[in-house]
Design a protein around this ligand. Structure first.
Ligand code: ADP
Length: 297
């Protein structure tokens, strides 16, 4: 089988030129964004999407302008979390305006463009070969979403990443060396072991990892009101990263996620104060040092 290196020329597509032009448009479109912050894990189902929206709401409450790009094109959650299903992106003079939640969080998600339960299809050159094209098409679409939206002036653009520990490097490349990362895990060796792979992969990039958030670290017992563990204690896998905070299992939050309501509906929910503290910690770490690639040796 021939590799890319064996192929002479680009068939006249000027593919490298196209990518460079798109990258320039992305840089222009993101010029008003102060902090690009990717929320990833490597593992699925640990609460990345949920905590991305919660973090956005908490950062907003601290006075920041925040939007979210849902980079999980095939399993988008942010449209539902923000109650923004069926919200078309309509091109404007300075790019397409970003749809807003009731609480003022901008959200760009495939979940607004492709209604459930339809799957997101990517046309491929020949049937049965979609896997060959899929990653290329996905990253091209993500670059296009970054380039064509009118992001405006933002303190934070949060990027909700799909699962896949090794692929996290591709998102780091897409977002550039100034993008910082927050990783989400649950306190089990199974999940944290995969997150450790993401850390290993990211440590080979110039990007900064602010730390990790431990989600669903326990639940509040309705009888005694104490925080009780959800997972076995004594985890063997440790992440060599600062812990930004822990969030308990919050049944009100789970219900809110499903119906995509406003955060202010459950201000007393058990997860909200921990989320506020995590947002403060994230904000403090972002402010304490401008992440430039040279800082990592
Ligand atoms: P991921 O993005 O990592 O795949 P999700 O954010 O989609 O995970 O979360 C998976 C499920 O767990 C969702 O139904 C969500 O509502 C629920 N969930 C996540 N974190 C919490 C939490 N702290 N309390 C209650 N439910 C949660």
């Amino acid at each position: 089988m021939k590799s890319y290196y064996d192929i002479v020329g680009d068939g006249g597509s000027d593919i490298l030129g196209q990518v460079a032009a798109q990258q320039e448009r992305v840089a222009r479109s993101l010029s008003g964004v102060r902090t690009l912050l990717a929320v990833g894990s490597g593992k699925g189902g640990v609460g990345k999407s949920t905590l991305t929206m919660q973090l956005a709401c908490a950062l907003r409450e601290l006075g920041n302008a925040v939007s979210i790009l849902d980079a999980d094109l095939n399993g988008p959650s942010q449209a539902r979390l923000g109650a923004l299903q069926d919200r078309m992106l309509i091109p404007g003079e300075n790019g397409a305006p970003v749809p807003m939640t009731q609480t003022g969080i901008g959200v760009v998600s495939m979940g607004s463009l492709v209604p459930e339960p339809r799957s997101v299809e990517f046309e491929s050159v020949s049937s049965g070969e979609s896997h060959t094209w899929r990653a290329t098409r996905e990253f091209s679409l993500l670059r296009e979403l970054l380039a064509c939206m009118n992001w405006g002036k933002l303190d934070y653009l949060l990027v909700d990443l799909p699962p896949g520990a090794e692929r996290i490097v591709q998102y780091a490349e897409l977002l550039g060396p100034a993008a910082a990362f927050v990783l989400v895990t649950v306190p089990s060796d199974l999940a944290t072991g995969v997150v450790a792979r993401s850390v290993d992969a990211l440590q080979k990039t110039p990007n900064r990892i602010l730390g990790y958030v431990e989600n669903m670290d326990g639940y509040y017992c309705s009888d005694c009101g104490q925080l009780k563990p959800l997972f076995p204690a004594g985890s063997q896998v440790k992440l060599d990263l600062p812990c930004l905070g822990s969030v308990p299992f919050d049944p009100e939050l789970a219900a809110l996620c499903d119906r995509g309501g406003s955060r202010s509906e459950v201000p007393a929910g058990v997860s909200w104060q921990p989320m506020r503290r995590i947002a403060e910690e994230v904000h403090r770490r972002v402010a304490e040092r401008v992440p430039v690639p040279e800082e990592k040796t």
